[in-house]
Ligand binder design. Structure first.
Ligand code: ATP
Length: 350
């Protein structure tokens, strides 16, 4: 079902946790709320789930206004970071619980529990207690319990936060597959930008109780609308430059013409580390400089260079690299670095 949040404000004393949030999650969409600690993500989720009543604004599920409806009347499935399975109940009893609450008959419960366990690939685990399961298995049971009653909306609040990296990555894919297959409208919360980029149809980047930008992972990465978003998603070189007469002048690097001329005055350019050119290729670029390699870090399939250009602030470069390739530049050496107009994005002021 479609979720529509409009003009939500929520204050706790002097703190404004949500400062006018508008958000629509389309039917079957996987939308992620991404933001730093304290940005208001959990408060937004609670307003949607029915655990907090907003001071202003509306929450609509399908064509129903549920702004003040209690949580149990919203038909929303939830999974949180701390598994919150009932510890004294078996897996099957945990899964049966939401169905019993809804008055489902015994035979139907048995069938749906078996189906849900098969969906999360825990067919043989029905009689186990939660403490007899690994963290990843417990989260799969929590997921099965959240979807067993055909919720109108699925809410996931950092559900992989307590798991190790490998397990987190495999569960991310599993959840995404399941969500697609069941066409579940899903609101997902994370402060992990990689997780957001991998999983989402769209991402809403939050800061200080507001949505700063809403877009596909590609839009958010390539065209951030604020410095905050540019810095929060991926690694960035933010370059202060000046636009004049259709050209942009970058201290230490020279001048160039951008595909779209910015208004005259100071501009901030975003250059992702993988777009910075080195060596001969850099020398041919419109903007280039001589730089000292301050640090070179091998990251498995890429190498990251911290560079000090002459007459300009530090920059980062990232180059794909196979383990057998020689390092591109030694620490302390001098190289030419540069970038092309089509590789920079003007970050709007504000
Ligand atoms: P995290 O990633 O750390 O969970 P978050 O983005 O989910 O953070 P919220 O938990 O929504 O952030 O909190 C937003 C702001 O509202 C914070 O400043 C927080 O301290 C404040 N806040 C949240 N709940 C309450 C409460 N019940 N009473 C007072 N202040 C609160």
């Amino acid at each position: 079902m479609r979720l529509d949040v409009q003009g939500i404000v929520k204050r706790f004393g002097a703190v404004t946790a949500l400062n006018g949030v508008d958000l629509a999650v389309e039917e079957g969409e996987f939308l992620t709320i991404l933001g730093p600690s304290g940005s208001g993500k959990t408060t937004l989720l609670k307003a949607v789930a029915g655990f907090e009543v907003p001071d202003a604004g509306t929450v609509r599920l399908g064509d129903r206004d549920v702004t003040t409806a209690p949580a149990r009347h919203r038909n929303v499935g939830m999974v949180f970071q701390n598994y919150a399975l009932f510890p004294h109940m078996t897996v099957a009893e945990n899964l049966a619980f939401p169905l019993e609450m809804r008055g489902t008959g015994k035979a139907a419960i048995a069938r749906r529990v078996a189906e849900a366990l098969a969906l999360v690939e825990l067919g043989g685990y029905a009689e186990r207690l939660p403490r007899q399961l690994s963290g990843g298995q417990q989260q799969r049971v929590a997921l099965a319990r959240a979807i067993i009653f055909d919720p109108s909306l699925l809410l996931l609040d950092e559900p992989f936060g307590a798991l190790d990296r490998k397990l987190r990555e495999s569960l991310q894919l599993e959840v995404r597959r399941l969500q697609r297959r069941l066409k579940l409208t899903t609101l997902f919360i994370t402060h992990d930008q990689e997780e957001a980029l991998v999983m989402s149809d769209r991402i809403a980047v939050m800061d200080q109780g507001r949505i700063q930008q809403l877009g596909t992972p590609g839009e958010i990465y390539d065209f951030p609308v604020t410095r905050f978003v540019a810095n929060f998603i991926g690694e960035s070189n933010l370059i202060e430059a000046t636009a004049q007469g259709g050209r942009v002048s970058v201290p230490g690097f020279g001048t160039m013409t951008l595909p779209e001329a910015p208004a005259p005055g100071p501009v901030t350019l975003l250059l992702r580390p993988e777009a910075l050119r080195l060596g001969a290729e850099a020398g041919a670029a419109a903007c280039h400089a001589t730089a000292t390699v301050l640090e070179s870090v091998f990251l498995g399939l890429s190498v990251k260079l911290r560079l000090q250009p002459e007459g300009a602030p530090e920059m980062l470069a990232r180059l794909p690299l196979r383990p057998s390739d020689p390092p591109p530049a030694a620490e302390g050496s001098t190289i030419t670095i540069g970038f092309r107009p089509e590789d920079v994005h003007v970050v709007p002021r504000g």
